[in-house]
Design a protein around this ligand. Structure first.
Ligand code: ADP
Ligand code: ZN
Ligand code: MG
Length: 472
């Protein structure tokens, strides 16, 4: 009955060495108020100087999302008072951002959907208020850290689409290496704007903004809760009263959103161009930054050049770590299809929710040695599963050691296999006669018998080869 409308604002911390308007370090987790100087402490008379690296990173993001890059953009003052903002204004871009009109594509159920990106602008982060009992303290280490704020069009229609968009954006940013995008440390955080409307109505209704979400799971839950709340209000005839333009917070234990404050309109920030900073004018060469291969290009290459299935290619390019892992396997000249199965199905199956590819107990190096042992016939694929499970639990054991330990070496030695073949054939002389008179299907029976006698340790290719020779 209702359609959901979602637009996202993502703040991503650019991974420059120094802050956006001073030379202070941007390192995380330092002692409070040690990464500070007169500029980011807002001492009188201190002046900002723009960090060129931050500009270059914004430009490469703009190119990656196929956007218009403004050769001239402006820094404004966004005025508001808050204890973690000592200047009482934030330097941000407003009417002329560096990046405008971009796009990215999400893929749900095999279909690409375009999501517009309205703008991406540079700004400085604020410090951090720390509330401890009766006291509140301010840590200004983060004040002045460069942020890229990326604002989407209200093109998303479900919490699933919102999460798919964020994951895609996250991976693009990681592939570009413009931010570590670490969600726990707040280097990639999201404000979610949600509204509902009757199906077939193309008007936009009142949006609610849910601030500062930093996990995909919470983002999904916050949206689902908010959609539920707004729909119920509508059905109860309380929409006007209960759905107002405001900022809400998500309570991560109760999984509900709560009103935080009314939403300011931009006029209240009294934006004006910062007189301490000249307009940013890009030099010619700055637009020529070379981009690395991005997720979509990689995906297409895997499909086209390596024969990987579309759905698998999607998984392999879902994150930089995943693509790196896959490419280290491929680099060992292993069969790509074998690599895909063992990474996407077998290893991912073991990683499940407890691990991710970044902290996989089995490294790419180790998985490659395992696959090599399948390819050279030392072990069967079935035995390889047991070995994978074993080295997953026992991280200090190497693949060859595990094969020995578990006694899973495949028998490829002709003599041993031929001995069993002779036994089976003499025990089944009648079937051999039938086979020789044309009942070809019996070949499978012989293979089965030999494999059974070999307790799964015989190399099936060898068994086939030797049986054929014996029977001809
Ligand atoms: P502000 O800083 O005031 O939140 P922005 O322009 O930075 O404003 O961001 C507005 C966000 O809200 C955008 O992502 C936009 O797509 C989204 N949005 C606008 N209208 C609606 C709506 N009716 N429902 C859901 N999202 C909306
Ligand atoms: Zn500083
Ligand atoms: Mg907002």
């Amino acid at each position: 009955m209702f359609e959901v409308v979602i637009g996202l604002e993502v703040h991503t911390q650019l991974n420059t060495k120094s802050k956006i308007f001073c030379a202070c370090k941007t390192s995380f987790g330092e002692e409070a108020n040690t990464n500070v100087c007169p500029t980011c402490l807002a001492l009188p008379g201190a002046l900002p100087v723009l960090n060129k690296e931050a500009v270059l990173k914004a430009v490469s993001f703009g190119k990656a999302i196929n956007a218009k890059i403004n050769e001239k953009s402006i820094f404004n003052r966004k005025n508001y008072f808050y204890p973690d903002l000592p200047k009482a204004y934030q330097i941000s871009q407003f009417d002329v951002p560096i990046v405008e009109n971009g796009e990215l594509f999400i893929n749900l159920n095999g279909e690409d959907k375009r999501i517009g990106i309205t703008r991406a602008h540079l700004e400085e982060d604020a410090g951090k208020n720390i509330h401890e009992g009766a006291f509140s303290k301010v840590d200004l280490n983060r004040a002045g850290t460069p942020l890229l704020e990326i604002v989407s069009e209200p093109d998303l229609r479900s919490s699933d689409e919102a999460v798919a968009y964020l994951k895609k954006l996250h991976s693009i940013i990681r592939f570009l290496d413009i931010s570590d995008a670490n969600m726990q440390e707040g280097s990639f955080r999201c404000d979610v704007n949600v509204s509902i409307r009757p199906k077939n109505d193309d008007k936009f209704y009142t949006r609610v903004e849910i601030k500062n979400l930093n996990s995909f799971r919470f983002i999904q839950k916050a949206i689902d809760y908010e959609v539920q709340r707004q729909s119920e209000a509508w059905q109860d005839g309380l929409y006007e009263k209960e759905v107002v333009q405001e900022t809400r917070l998500f309570d991560t234990t109760k999984l509900i959103t709560k009103s935080m404050r009314g939403k300011e309109d931009s006029a209240e920030y009294r934006y004006f161009p910062d007189p301490d900073l000249l307009p940013v004018v890009l030099e010619k060469g700055m637009l020529d930054v070379k981009l690395p291969e991005l997720p979509d290009e990689k995906r297409q290459r895997y499909v086209k050049d390596l024969g990987v299935k579309e759905a698998d290619a999607q998984i392999l390019t879902s994150s930089l770590e995943m693509a790196r892992f896959f490419e280290s396997l491929i680099a060992k000249n292993l069969n790509p299809k074998l690599c895909v199965t063992w990474l996407n199905t077998e290893l991912m199956g073991l990683l499940k929710a407890d691990y991710s590819i970044e902290n996989s107990p089995v490294s790419a190096e180790k998985l490659a040695s395992l696959l090599l042992r399948i390819e050279d016939g030392t072990i069967s694929a079935k035995a390889a599963k047991d070995i994978l499970a074993y080295i997953f639990e026992n991280t200090d054991v190497e693949v060859d050691e595990a094969i020995e330990k578990l006694g899973l070496k495949q028998v490829s030695d002709d003599g041993a296999i031929e001995k069993i073949i002779d036994e089976i054939l003499s025990k089944n002389a009648d079937k051999v006669a039938e086979y020789k008179s044309g009942k070809d299907k019996l070949f499978g029976f012989f293979v089965g018998q030999v494999m059974k006698e070999g307790k799964g340790a015989f190399n099936p290719a060898k068994v086939n080869e030797l049986l054929k020779a014996k029977l001809s």
